[in-house]
Design a protein. Sequence first.
Length: 169
Amino acid sequence: MDYVDTTTLDLVGKYLKDNDLKVFVGESMTGGFLGSVLSLQVDSGAYFLGGITCYDNAVKKSVLHVDEQSIAHYTAESPEVTFEMLEGLKKIIAADVYIAITGMAYDDPSNEHAASVGDIFIAISFMGIHMKKTLHCIDHDPAQLYITAVNHIILELNQFVLHNSLGTK
């Protein structure tokens, strides 16, 4: 898929708005792309609070309180660090939905990584229900990886909406 799934984004956005749910994100690999896409939805101002772009490990550690030992042991591009980012978001601002994402969009021969290019790690907390997901993409085009990651997040949010009919607040 070479495009962002705005149809599903609109459904999710309507649900979030109608139920007065707030979203806050922490992004590493996608460098702010997820937040930009969430802001495309016409009513995004009603639910999207913003996010932290933590491309550098120093931001992960100082702003999101990711343990330095976790980064050293698992690497910054790992499910473990992604979940710590998610938990760190909760310390910054009150929201109903938190989303964290890391991964490898580019080959980096100068550093040691547990992940390979095409690996994407997502963690979502939707009204206290947690989900962690690892994607292994064959397509290694960075732009396509960003789109794939964002579309998976939109689809996961839609699944939360469909399977966890939370009603109105």
